[in-house]
Design a protein around this ligand. Structure first.
Ligand SMILES: N[C@@H](CCC(=O)N[C@@H](CS)C(=O)NCC(=O)O)C(=O)O
Length: 138
C-alpha cells in the first residue's frame, strides 16, 4: 500500500514591525507653511492700501475660471475695477497668505467692494444686481 504523507505547512504570520515616525513628519497640518514676517508685513501694507484706494478690487489669478466669472460680472457695473493677478506677481503668495489671515478665505477671487470683503465668486453670484450696485455705489 502506498502511503502518502500530507504535510501541513503552517503559515507563520509575519511580524508587522512598526517604523518609528520620521522626524520629518510634522504633527498637525501637513500643509503648514513658514511665513516670513517681513514679507507678511509688506503684503499687509499693500493689501490694506489697495482696499482703501479702490472701490472695486479683485485679487485674482489669471487662469482661474471663478475669477474670470467674477471679473465679468463686476465689469457690468464699473469701468474702475482694480485687478491683481496674484500668479503674475512676485509677492503673490505672500499677498494670498495675508488675505487668508485677514478674511479666512484661502481661495481667489478675493472680492472687495467699497472696503468691504464680499468673498469669492459664489458669494458675488449670490448677490442681486441691486445689491451689487448698492455695494459699489454706496
Ligand atoms: N468657491 C470659490 C472657488 C474659488 C477657487 O476654488 N479658486 C481656486 C483657483 S481657480 C483657488 O483659489 N485655489 C487655491 C489657490 O489657487 O491657491 C469661489 O466661488 O470663489
Amino acid at each position: 500500500m502506498l502511503l502518502t504523507t500530507t504535510r501541513i505547512v503552517a503559515t507563520v504570520p509575519r511580524l508587522i514591525t512598526r517604523r518609528p515616525p520620521s522626524p520629518l513628519v510634522k504633527i498637525g497640518s501637513s500643509f503648514s507653511t513658514q511665513v516670513d514676517p517681513a514679507k507678511m508685513g509688506a503684503a499687509k501694507d499693500f493689501v490694506e492700501r489697495e482696499i482703501k484706494a479702490h472701490d472695486v478690487l479683485v485679487f485674482s489669478k489669471s487662469y482661474c475660471p471663478y475669477c474670470r466669472s467674477a471679473k465679468n460680472i463686476l465689469h457690468q457695473y464699473t469701468d474702475a475695477m482694480k485687478v491683481y493677478e496674484l500668479d503674475e506677481m512676485d509677492d503673490g503668495a505672500d499677498i494670498q497668505a495675508y488675505l487668508a489671515e485677514r478674511t479666512g478665505q484661502r481661495t481667489v477671487p478675493s472680492i472687495w467692494l467699497k472696503q468691504q470683503f464680499i468673498g469669492g465668486n459664489s458669494d458675488l453670484q449670490a448677490l442681486s444686481a441691486a445689491e451689487i450696485k448698492k455695494r459699489i455705489q454706496g
